[in-house]
Design a protein around this ligand. Structure first.
Ligand code: BTN
Length: 242
């Protein structure tokens, strides 16, 4: 198992931003962890709720050994590792992976992943809601946490350690095969949110729609008629809406 360099901050704007500012001084496989983020970032310029002392906000920085073109599957590898971690903690609830990398427990988001490429390094930022009991008013996509789901308070560092163990094993397998390994892909597709549903996928100014068939070995979302999508935000098409 790889030795992980670890830097702890009481407060940061964002662990991803700190990783980028400090990139020249950061060794391969360094994890930056903050107790509080004042400007936690989500995908598509959204904010990530990051109150002090409650949850996990961290970024893993590493240099991939494979070409960038293979990294389309990395979000799925990270999301699937999070799903496996959560399955070890939460029993009897359905945990799903929403392409590309949100983790949902019975429709509520518990973890989010923001991956950036910067100076040949991967900046893998992960937020996991651990001990938050109440979230501010979210109108859509209501979040949840481990505490809300299990009524238990968790040791965040222990969870972080377990996540890294799972992620590292999956990442090495992926790096070796340059695609999502078959066994993992089967399970990912079994646990894929909105499988067989009709969705729209928005990316910048374009929009695609169709029935979700699954995720392929490169991490693309496959819609009916073999439409492959590599980036975007997925929404379920409600009955009666066009
Ligand atoms: C999303 O679901 O939109 C992605 C959320 C990513 C949040 C994490 S928290 C640690 C890291 N630092 C950030 O500012 N964002 C990521």
């Amino acid at each position: 198992m790889k030795y992980l360099n670890f830097i702890y901050y009481e407060e940061l704007d964002s662990t991803n931003e700190e990783a980028k500012r400090n990139i020249e001084n950061i060794n391969d496989f360094t994890l930056l962890l903050a107790d509080l983020q004042t400007k936690g970032k989500g995908r598509n310029n959204r904010e990530w709720f990051s109150p002090k002392g409650e949850n996990l906000y961290f970024t893993i920085v590493f240099k991939p050994k494979i070409e960038i073109k293979f990294l389309t599957a990395l979000p799925i590898i990270a999301g699937f590792s999070m799903l496996k971690l959560l399955e070890n903690i939460i029993k009897n609830k359905k945990i799903a992976i929403k392409w590309p990398n949100d983790i949902l427990i019975e429709d509520r988001k518990i973890a989010g992943i923001l991956i950036e490429n910067f100076k040949e390094r991967i900046i893998l930022g992960i937020g996991l809601n651990v001990n938050t009991e109440r979230f501010p008013d979210f109108k859509t996509n209501i979040p949840t946490s481990l505490k809300i789901e299990t009524n238990t308070t968790f040791d965040r560092l222990l969870i972080l350690k377990n996540f890294f163990k799972i992620f590292y094993i999956n990442y090495r397998l992926f790096e070796k095969e340059k695609k999502i390994p078959k066994k993992l892909l089967k399970e990912i597709n079994e646990k894929l949110y909105l499988k067989n549903e009709h969705v729209t996928v928005k990316f910048k100014n374009s929009i695609e729609s169709g029935k979700v068939m699954g995720i392929n070995e490169m991490g693309a979302l496959v819609l009916e008629d073999n439409i492959l999508i590599y980036a975007g935000d997925v929404k379920k098409v409600r009955r009666g809406s066009k």
